[in-house]
Design a protein around this ligand. Structure first.
Ligand code: ATP
Length: 338
């Protein structure tokens, strides 16, 4: 039986890495019934809006999507489509795992998961500028919104994820010493939620700046990190750096009744159209999508083939030291799938 899902190829390198990912999914016989839709810069150019109604409607029907990166058009008054989709469908947990696959890196044996609150914090976009003495931007003001419910569901997701995936510890990352209201609420609610998992999942907490340093000095002390929207955005790029860069980092945006899978990286316009982008992050995102629909066996098969290809190193993309094209890399993965 095929599973209905929305497919958005996206901007920049999006179409290239989606193509590679579809080839790999096809090779394991993963049966998604794709409803192809547009979003981002491409949609703005063809349909006058970066988020067409039919795209939203498709996702409303399927509740499952694979998406290439989208460019947020600057200076057009449009907000980030990624942010809009996360908000519209209450995709409150952004799960960003990083795992070492490239041999002889600065860090080995990294296997960490970041859970980022995905709908609140400073990224709600409550911003204004205040004019003083003729300068229209003399003062800028951004307001973070943090709710008890928002903190609760994100942190609970992290603990449930730990239980479901055999993970031992959740670290609550915050800045409650300075941002007493917003970050203080996240920490307090996080600790309350942690009480429900006593004896099952360990908990500790760390201040964001110390967390960044510890991730660089000794990342192995962490297991799952749960944090607010902006801290999570920043830390997940840092964590991608531990395993070879943005080309290696997948992400899942999960809500109670919808899920959207994507790479952590953006549309990388500098390498778009050259056929050299690394599709690993998106292929790993597709594996998370397979896990989500209880196709773990296929997901694991792909992960093994992907890791084997990367460890062998003869058909990898430039960003991770090889000289293969996007599709040559995908085809090498497929040969391993047999
Ligand atoms: P955004 O603002 O959407 O995050 P950005 O251009 O700031 O976009 P990315 O698009 O994520 O950031 O990429 C940053 C750089 O990382 C790119 O310029 C590109 O060189 C590299 N990069 C990102 N993704 C990949 C990939 N899949 N393969 C190879 N290189 C990549």
């Amino acid at each position: 039986m095929s599973i209905p899902a929305t497919l958005i190829r996206g901007d920049g390198i999006g179409p290239e890495i989606i193509e590679a990912t579809l080839r790999v999914l096809e090779a394991v016989g993963a049966l998604f019934d794709w409803d192809e839709q547009t979003a981002g810069l491409g949609a703005l150019e063809s349909e006058g809006t970066p988020l067409p109604d039919c795209t939203v409607e498709s996702f409303r029907q399927t509740r499952l999507a694979l998406k290439g990166p989208l460019t947020t058009p600057v200076g057009t008054g449009f907000r980030s489509v990624n942010v809009l989709l996360r908000r519209e469908f209450e995709l409150y947990a952004n799960v960003r795992p990083v795992k070492s696959m490239i041999p002889h890196q600065r860090y080995d044996d990294i296997d960490l998961v970041l859970v980022r609150e995905n709908t609140e914090g400073l990224y709600v976009g409550f911003e204004t500028t205040i004019s003083v003495g003729g300068d229209p931007r003399a003062v800028a003001q951004s307001t973070a919104i943090v709710t008890r419910q928002g903190c609760e569901r994100a942190v609970r997701f992290a603990f449930e994820y730990a239980l479901a995936n055999g993970r031992k510890k959740v670290t609550i990352c915050h800045k409650a010493n300075i941002l007493r209201a917003a970050s203080g609420l996240f920490l307090d609610v996080g600790r309350e939620v942690a009480d429900d998992y006593k004896g099952k999942v360990e908990v500790d907490d760390v201040i964001i700046d110390a967390c960044a340093m510890k991730l660089v000095l000794d990342p192995w002390q962490f297991d799952i990190i749960v944090t607010t929207n902006m801290f999570g955005d920043i830390l997940s790029d840092l964590m991608a750096g531990l395993v070879g860069g943005l080309g290696m980092a997948p992400g899942a945006n999960i809500g109670d009744d919808a899920a959207l899978f994507e790479a952590v990286h953006g549309s990388a316009p500098d390498i778009a159209g050259k056929g050299i982008a690394n599709p690993t992050a998106l292929i790993l995102a597709a594996c998370m999508m397979l896990d989500h629909v209880d196709e773990e066996e296929n997901a694991d098969r792909i992960r093994r083939a992907l890791e084997g290809t990367i460890r062998e190193g003869t058909h990898t993309t430039r960003d991770i030291g090889g000289n293969a094209s996007t599709l040559e890399f995908a085809d090498a993965v497929n040969r391993r799938l047999g």
